[in-house]
Design a protein around this ligand. Structure first.
Ligand SMILES: CCCCCCCCCCCCCCCCCCCCCC(=O)SCCNC(=O)CCNC(=O)[C@H](O)C(C)(C)COP(=O)(O)OP(=O)(O)OC[C@H]1O[C@@H](n2cnc3c(N)ncnc32)[C@H](O)[C@@H]1OP(=O)(O)O
Ligand SMILES: Cc1cc2nc3c(=O)[nH]c(=O)nc-3n(C[C@H](O)[C@H](O)[C@H](O)COP(=O)(O)OP(=O)(O)OC[C@H]3O[C@@H](n4cnc5c(N)ncnc54)[C@H](O)[C@@H]3O)c2cc1C
Length: 671
């Protein structure tokens, strides 16, 4: 930040009072001083670059303008990446974040869900032929899986790809209105190709969902090709700059070789060759789910930065009558709302780092055909995607409400962050549907343990424990807190397995038993995922030292205690925690709020978001919030003219009709 920048004195004081060095925490988060320096260089470079493009602030323009600006900004981004020779995914993610702060953009799936699943599902020859076209944007694509009638239940997809051996082509067809592809990002106006997921039919047999590469628009005129009806689905709750689209295929013929044939194949005569494992078809979704953990967590980090900085600047009301107005961050209720979000922001950040690392470790094994770790990766990525998007969407909304009236203004940046984060609860697998996949894995592990089989190390918590009561005391030892989460997850998983068994004994079939116990199964899977998050956060903290370790341990404790307090029943029901132990928790929570108060601003500063990424009048580093808010309002489109045409067209005639009707006082232009 510029040393000469005029900074709000309350923020100056907050920064002087911190007990730790936020810079050290920033280094920890971004991989050291050099990488932090690079992060800052890259983000500041493109923030300045975007300013020069002359684009207007997101919140002040229409949907059509947002779309157009997003195309303009993306072209600039790719140009910059090429000029700088950037190829690694961290640098790319940082640049994206700075150019599209909490904003979607039409090409969002080009890599995440076009090139990546293509790479996983295509044969070597197919990759050689098409990847260069994709990487050079000759083909702009998306992932067209969801249909109007089916999103979660993929076996229910209706789009067909029927093989015609006489021409060696597949015929892609949308047989019903409910089979129209609906929602794919960038499909409406931007993509000229897509991966279509369709039921593969050959020799009269349906082999289930498979992936096909389909060109939908002419590569030069961009007009839809024959048999293709395609368009934008219309305005949504958010993600306005994205043209989520619909696609209807009317007996569209594509060459046999457009079926992605790495795992399964159709020979020229129509013979079907099976994949080693039909779950490999779902690989693309697993990859995005791990990314979504990161996306959601970054949104909460942004929201909490905005809300805590603003709460340090905002003065309202007195605590002691006559002693002057206080920073709203001094109210215990404000700390009680915001500090758990701060803790969750860090917890989900570490969860994101570890699931990405796990994905990177496991995917080469899967590539080689070793599928041993696939079930664990699926269970963990599905659970974390659900847990993190829920936690972060709820957390962003808490931050928004904690900013009072100004949190309701788009100028705060918080509505934009919220609509973006809550979308992640639905896309890439509706959260309940996904967390039930985690539960399915838990049930499987219970069965394996009962049969004396080995389970992965992370599932060891399911082994019967010797201790049925907790050792937790006023010191809140980390190990005791973690043990409480482990005990809860194990108990809830075993209870859910037992309930399933009881349902089956009562005569329910496995599907009915699953449904009758699904609320319990979801709770168990959430408990397991929370245990995982608590653990990875603790592991990160344990590598820290000195004052940083001290403050981060307190933040970790707040995360742990807050989560226990908010689902106390889970810990009390079998007597694992005694009422005496529970009585320690709420006072401890209040003490932690007090302890963290002096470090709160520095803890959000350490997240190191430049103002360009926060895009918020309230969260600015310099705390000059009122100037920024006023400036934002002056730029409102409604203020472009003093008297709007709408006044002459509707307001004045309406007012005249009213005063004439009631034969009111003489017409006057001034009171
Ligand atoms: C410093 C850094 C700073 C920056 C950091 C920032 C970093 C990031 C920056 C990067 C930017 C990126 C931006 C991204 C933005 C995204 C945009 C939006 C994209 C939205 C795209 C979409 O929205 S796209 C559509 C997604 N639509 C679904 O998601 C459907 C859900 N629905 C199903 O997914 C199936 O329908 C469902 C339920 C499994 C049942 O499927 P089913 O009926 O076949 O399955 P069953 O339940 O019977 O299960 C049968 C057996 O399959 C097993 N299994 C199932 N799935 C498996 C799997 N994936 N892998 C392995 N195994 C799997 C299961 O575990 C069973 O195994 P077993 O039998 O052994 O128990
Ligand atoms: C912003 C956004 C972007 C998207 N982008 C894409 C994209 O690029 N490509 C693409 O193909 N799709 C995309 N989608 C679609 C998205 O993947 C689906 O909406 C999502 O998978 C949920 O499916 P659904 O809409 O059919 O919900 P439904 O399955 O109809 O869900 C409705 C309700 O039923 C419940 N339910 C359904 N099945 C079960 C079950 N088995 N057990 C318990 N409860 C169940 C759900 O929990 C939910 O509460 C996008 C969606 C959004 C909102």
């Amino acid at each position: 930040m510029a040393a000469t920048q005029l900074v709000n004195p309350d923020l100056v004081k907050e920064r002087q009072n911190a007990a730790f060095s936020p810079e050290h925490l920033t280094y920890f988060l971004y991989g050291g001083p050099e990488k932090t320096k690079r992060k800052r260089f890259l983000q500041n470079l493109v923030i300045e670059g975007v300013k020069k493009l002359g684009v207007k602030q997101y919140a002040t323009v229409s949907r059509e303008e947002q779309y157009e600006q997003a195309l303009q900004k993306y072209a600039y981004l790719v140009d910059t990446e090429r000029q700088l020779g950037i190829t690694n995914s961290t640098d790319k993610a940082l640049l994206h974040e700075a150019v599209f702060p909490c904003e979607s953009f039409p090409y969002i799936l080009q890599y995440a869900a076009f090139i990546n699943p293509f790479t996983m599902l295509a044969s070597e020859e197919q990759k050689a032929k098409w990847l260069p076209l994709m990487k050079n944007f000759r083909l702009v694509g998306t992932y067209a899986q969801t249909e109007m009638g089916h999103g979660s239940f993929l076996r229910g997809l209706e789009t067909t790809a029927t093989y015609d051996p006489s021409t060696q082509e597949f015929v892609l067809h949308s047989p019903t209105i409910s089979s129209i592809k609906y929602w794919p990002a960038g499909l409406g106006k931007t993509a000229n190709a897509c991966i279509v997921m369709a039921q593969l039919i050959t020799k009269g047999h349906n082999y289930g969902m498979h992936a096909f590469l389909l060109q939908i628009r002419d590569l030069d005129t961009h007009q839809p090709l024959s048999g293709i009806t395609v368009g934008d689905i219309g305005s949504k709750f958010g993600l306005s700059a994205n043209d989520n689209g619909f696609l209807k295929m009317d007996n569209v013929r594509i060459p046999r070789n457009n079926m992605l044939m790495r795992h399964s194949r159709v020979l020229p005569d129509g013979t079907y060759i099976e994949p080693k494992n039909d779950r490999l078809m779902y690989g693309g979704m697993t990859s995005i789910r791990t990314d979504v953990v990161g996306v959601a967590s970054r949104r909460l980090c942004i929201a909490v930065t905005i809300a805590i900085r603003y709460s340090a600047v905002r003065r309202q009301s007195e605590i002691e009558p006559g002693a002057g107005e206080v920073q709203v961050l001094d109210f215990q209720t404000q700390q009680y709302r915001l500090f758990p979000q701060l803790a969750a922001a860090y917890a989900t950040t570490f969860a994101s780092t570890t699931i990405s690392a796990f994905y990177r470790t496991v995917s080469p094994h899967i590539e080689r055909g070793d599928l041993q770790e696939l079930p664990m990766l699926h269970a963990l990525s599905a659970g974390l995607k659900a847990y993190t998007s829920w936690t972060c969407a709820d957390g962003v909304e808490v931050c928004r409400l904690a900013c009072g009236g100004h949190g309701y203004s788009e100028a705060s940046g918080l509505p934009k962050a919220y609509v973006d984060t809550t979308a992640a609860c639905t896309y890439e697998g509706e959260n309940y549907v996904l967390i039930l996949q985690t539960a399915r894995y838990l049930m499987k592990c219970c069965r394996m343990l009962a049969e004396g089989e080995q389970v992965p190390e992370v599932m060891d918590f399911l082994r019967p424990s010797t201790s049925e009561t907790s050792r937790l005391d006023a010191r809140l030892v980390m190990g005791d807190l973690i043990q409480a989460f482990a005990h809860r997850a194990a108990r809830m998983t075993r209870d859910a397995a037992q309930s399933m068994q009881t349902s089956i004994v009562k005569g329910e079939n496995p599907g009915q038993a699953w449904n009758s116990n699904s609320v319990q199964l979801v709770a168990a899977a959430k408990a397991f995922t929370e245990l995982h998050v608590v653990r990875v956060f603790a592991e990160a903290v344990e590598t820290m030292r000195g004052s940083l370790r001290h403050v981060m341990e307190s933040l970790w404790r707040l995360f742990a205690v807050n989560n226990i307090v908010s689902s106390l029943g889970d810990f009390l029901v079998d007597g694992y925690l005694s009422t005496q132990q529970v009585s320690l928790l709420e006072p401890a929570q209040r003490d932690l709020l007090k302890e963290l108060r002096p470090d709160a601003v520095s803890l959000v500063d350490a997240l190191d978001f430049p103002d360009g990424v926060l895009d918020s009048a309230l969260g600015r580093w310099d705390g000059q919030v009122y100037e920024a808010l006023y400036d934002y309002s002056l730029r409102s489109k409604l203020n472009e003219k003093q008297v709007l045409d709408a006044y002459l067209k509707h307001q004045r005639p309406f007012m005249e009709s009213q005063w004439k009707k009631h034969a009111a006082s003489a017409v006057t232009s001034r009171l």
